[in-house]
Structures are given as structure tokens and as C-alpha cells.
Design a protein around this ligand. Structure first.
Ligand code: MG
Length: 172
């Protein structure tokens, strides 16, 4: 008798985030501190790359968004590293059995140049996600001087993620 074909359950998610650039804050991107004269403003460390990534993961499983998981009114997360927020999501019961197959991130920023930190950011992301470096893509673009990113008023990030779970691991 032929073995039944096991079809994995795949889910795709996208995320988008924006934070304002201000003086007197560290610039943290993908969990890596980037030397720069300004940083992103937010309740946590305002890591725009990780916020877009978290929303993509939550979106793939229809689990709401990070504003729902980590309300700005909750002092627990004030000044927190967004790596901690991401770990909270990854270790939650909602993610049980799900494997992240790959992530693809795009940073929209006029400055600074991210190229010198590109590999470190990817390694940071791969480490916290627990997946090989080759499954973590990071791209960066300017917006040609246009709009709030072009004027250097803020940074934006987009993320896409693919999650996979085999039927044997389904618990609900
Ligand atoms: Mg955010």
C-alpha cells in the first residue's frame, strides 16, 4: 500500500513598521546597535526591522499584531530590547510546532549605510530565530530622497515570512 502523502501546512505573513528618528536614542536594527547620531523613537528600543518581522510572524498565524501582544501602555516593555519581544512570541504556545522556513526583510532608510553591518544583522536574526543564515535575507533601499524616509525623519521596514508545520505536529 502506498504511504499517504503528507502535505505540510504552510503560512505566509507580511509585516510593515515605521519609527521616527530622533537625537539621544541608540539606533538598533535587527538587534544590532549601529553607530549613528540619531536613533529610533518608541516604547521599546524601536527596532523597526524586528517589529516588522514580528508582525509578519503574527500575521502568518492570524495572531494579531505586536501592539496587541505588547501594548505601549504596559510598562513591562518600556525600553525593552525587541529581541526579548521576539523571543516571547517564538516561545509562546501559539508558535508550538511551527518552523520558520525563511524571512525576507527590507529596510527603507536614507542613512546610514547598512552595508557594513549587513552580515552582523543577518547573524543576529538567524540566531534569535534559530535558522541558518541562508534563510535570512536583508535588503536595504533608500527612497531617493522622497517622503519621510528620504528626508531622514524616520525609517521603515517590510518583512515577509514563511512558516511550516507538518500535520503530525498539529495539536489544535
Ligand atoms: Mg514599531
Amino acid at each position: 500500500m502506498n504511504k499517504p502523502v503528507v502535505i505540510p501546512d504552510f503560512r505566509i505573513g507580511t509585516g510593515f513598521d515605521v519609527h521616527r528618528l530622533v537625537e539621544g536614542r541608540p539606533l538598533v536594527l535587527g538587534g544590532v546597535v549601529i553607530p549613528w547620531d540619531r536613533g529610533l523613537l518608541g516604547h521599546s528600543d524601536a527596532d523597526v526591522l524586528l517589529h516588522a518581522l514580528m508582525d509578519a510572524i503574527l500575521g502568518a498565524l492570524a495572531l494579531g499584531d505586536i501592539g496587541h501582544w505588547f501594548p505601549p501602555s504596559d510598562p513591562t516593555w518600556k525600553g525593552a530590547s525587541s529581541l526579548r519581544l521576539l523571543e516571547t512570541i517564538l516561545h509562546s504556545q501559539d508558535l508550538h510546532g511551527w518552523e520558520i522556513r525563511n524571512v525576507d526583510l527590507t529596510l527603507l532608510a536614507e542613512k546610514p549605510r547598512i552595508a557594513p553591518y549587513h552580515t552582523r544583522i543577518r547573524e543576529s536574526l538567524a540566531g534569535v530565530l534559530g535558522i541558518p543564515l541562508g534563510r535570512v535575507s536583508l535588503k536595504a533601499t533608500t527612497t531617493e530622497g522622497l517622503g519621510y524616509t528620504g528626508r531622514g525623519e524616520g525609517m521603515a521596514a517590510q518583512a515577509a515570512v514563511l512558516l511550516c508545520r507538518t500535520p503530525e505536529e498539529e495539536g489544535s
